[in-house]
Design a protein around this ligand. Structure first.
Ligand code: GAL
Length: 339
């Protein structure tokens, strides 16, 4: 395993870990984000090579690969009850809803402290009481790891000094072709999820629906294009997939993404109850990433978390982080070379 440190511009650093099998991971203290993951030289994730490229609005570049929170996804109406008190939150989407915890100065936007460990990179930061309207000072730690079994992943740990809402995610986007100008269509996806959350006008519906008979049924591996080009209203109304999937259990592999050429797959394991899959439904107004313009539906997220809307449906899990209690998200991706 080798570790190197380079300049990422604007005062940020880039840390690169490389294992003995040609898997290389780069992450930065800017948003504790993953910027690059290459297997034998093929780029597998959406990202840029310098900090300033993330600071553009095209295709929501600011969230690529970053840690997002306090609460990933949308809180309708930008208000929430926390331990019996009503809080007004920053309405950073359409002036109405809170998206990804409220935007500017959030976790994705901060300069984190960085420490190098054994095959690990450890980032720490704090969110101040009152930021974006949420109560509690939250101490956050994110640990990236890479090993010689071609697994990489992250742990997110946090504690708050007051009861607060807390549901962060890691916003990695995969495109296994090595070229984000190629849409996801011919990637295959399998998900251990027999239920998903339909959206209502792009917002959480607070309901669970069976995937059977819908475009969102990935319980048997299928081409993502079959879903993206279907006339299912959940797809047409949201310009693609942008949905929470409830994982049937928290054991073993819960999702698998396979490259169009069949040479690579990524397998997801997580301790979280759901994964939000967003297929980068950005239209044509997208940035150029490593020489290629991101296609509409050109990359896919696996955002492991509690499904958005849990604040109004306890069967999803809870977003409440009680004062002094530990939060822990562990998510692992295994990269398999199939040929
Ligand atoms: C996703 C969300 C999308 C979009 C994206 C950021 O998590 O589901 O709707 O907001 O983040 O561009």
């Amino acid at each position: 395993m080798t570790t190197s440190l380079t300049d990422f511009g604007d005062g940020y650093q880039l840390i690169t870990l490389e294992n003995s099998r040609g898997l290389r991971l780069s992450c930065t203290d800017f948003g504790a984000r993953l910027t690059s993951l290459t297997k034998n030289g093929r780029e597998l994730v959406l990202g840029f090579d310098q900090a300033s490229d993330y600071q553009q609005e095209l295709g929501d570049a600011i969230y690529y690969g970053a840690i997002v929170g306090r609460v990933a996804g949308r809180i309708s109406g930008a208000e929430a009850d926390i331990s019996g008190q009503r809080y007004k939150l920053t309405a950073n989407e359409k002036g109405r809803n809170t998206l990804h915890g409220g935007g500017e100065n959030g976790l994705h936007d901060k300069k984190w402290e960085v420490e190098l460990g054994d095959n690990q990179v450890i980032f720490t930061t704090t969110l101040a009481d009152g930021l974006h309207g949420f109560p509690g000072n939250v101490a956050v730690k994110v640990i990236y790891f890479l090993n010689d079994e071609d697994e990489w992943g992250y742990e997110i740990l946090a504690t708050s000094d007051q009861d607060t809402l807390w549901n962060p995610c890691h916003h990695v986007y995969f495109n296994l072709t090595g070229d984000v100008s190629q849409p996801l269509d011919h990637h295959k996806l399998w998900l251990n999820a027999s239920h998903y959350e339909p959206l209502k006008e792009g917002l959480p519906s607070f309901t669970k629906a069976d995937v059977t008979g819908t475009a969102l049924d990935f319980t048997k591996e299928k081409a993502i294009g079959d879903a993206l080009h279907s006339l299912d209203k959940q797809i047409t109304e949201n310009n693609g997939i942008d949905h929470p999937f409830f994982l049937d259990d928290q054991q073993g592999v819960q999702a698998r993404l396979i490259s169009p050429d069949g040479q690579l797959s990524v397998e997801l394991s997580t301790n979280q109850p759901s994964v939000v899959i967003f297929t980068a439904n950005f239209g044509d107004n997208t940035p150029i990433a490593r020489g290629n313009r991101l296609a509409h539906q050109g990359a896919l997220t696996f955002e492991t978390q509690v499904a958005p809307g849990a604040e109004q449906n306890a069967s999803f899990g809870t977003l409440l982080l009680k004062a002094g209690e530990p939060y822990y998200n562990q998510t692992i991706f295994k990269i398999n070379s199939l040929k």
